[in-house]
Design a protein around this ligand. Sequence first.
Ligand SMILES: NC(=O)C1=CN([C@@H]2O[C@H](COP(=O)(O)OP(=O)(O)OC[C@H]3O[C@@H](n4cnc5c(N)ncnc54)[C@H](OP(=O)(O)O)[C@@H]3O)[C@@H](O)[C@H]2O)C=CC1
Ligand SMILES: O=C(O)[C@@H]1CCC=N1
Length: 270
Amino acid sequence: MAKALTVIGLGNMGGSMVKGLLKSPLKDQHPLKVFDLHPDIKDQFAEMETCQGVEDLSLLGKDGECLIFCVKPHDLKSLAETLRGKIDPDCLVLSILAGVRIETIQEELDFQGGVVRAMPNIAATIGEAATAMCCNANCSKDQKELAERVFQAVGEAYWTKESLMDTVTGLSGSGPAYIYMVIEALTDGGVKMGLPRSLSQNLATQTVLGAAALVKHTGQHPAILKDQVTTPAGTTISALHELEERGLRSMFVSAVEKATDRSRFLGESR
Ligand SMILES: NC(=O)C1=CN([C@@H]2O[C@H](COP(=O)(O)OP(=O)(O)OC[C@H]3O[C@@H](n4cnc5c(N)ncnc54)[C@H](OP(=O)(O)O)[C@@H]3O)[C@@H](O)[C@H]2O)C=CC1
Ligand SMILES: O=C(O)[C@@H]1CCC=N1
């Protein structure tokens, strides 16, 4: 029998993972189960109709299933209390909790089986997440493959070492929020200069999407693509001068640094 995937915590990110998984072929290969402290939350998502709602957490962790932890970092303790010592060693625990180290998860659960720590992002909802993951030495080849398939079902997934996971969190885990601010600000700029808001937002959104797609499609350094937009004595260079003067690059570098530090703090303050 195919191993069940059970998403625990159906908030912003757990909900995003479930929606993304339900749109992927994985939903036909593995039973998808869900659990949240608020069982009603499942009913708010029409697309979760086909998922089995779990009523008793302590019955989980059997038959080699994969438990996907999507609760807030400070809720791990209470979740782990219920599951402590009850997860069969052939199960896979997959955690997306910011900052929380594999060692902590093992200790809290008293679990010596396979653990994968992953950091996806909210674009999992539409299969466009960027995920990095790492695992403990107890993870089997099959379990690593399963984790890969879960995150590839909701976007792109890369293996890395655990020491880089806080930085991944600061870059791509939190990153969608930075880009939403950029889209919102560009839209406001258009509105300030006279565009109707809906047209301005559509143009701003497609500009971000198109620019990102071009970097990905060509594989070129963004600076080369930037130079292609920048006509001598044209409009773009005037804007770039303003952005440089106001420290845009430095702001983004610092944003990633601050979020990385915060992720480290979340891991240490347990
Ligand atoms: N939001 C994002 O974009 C991303 C978040 N993450 C990580 O995902 C995790 C969840 O974040 P997010 O979705 O934003 O948080 P949310 O608060 O939106 O969702 C967490 C959900 O889990 C519920 N919950 C709390 N304790 C338990 C429990 N013991 N058993 C089952 N459900 C429980 C919460 O209920 P209640 O509201 O009552 O607490 C809530 O419904 C975090 O650890 C975060 O670091 C990772 C990548 C991106
Ligand atoms: O803000 C947070 O802590 C979570 C982790 C990455 C994105 N959201």
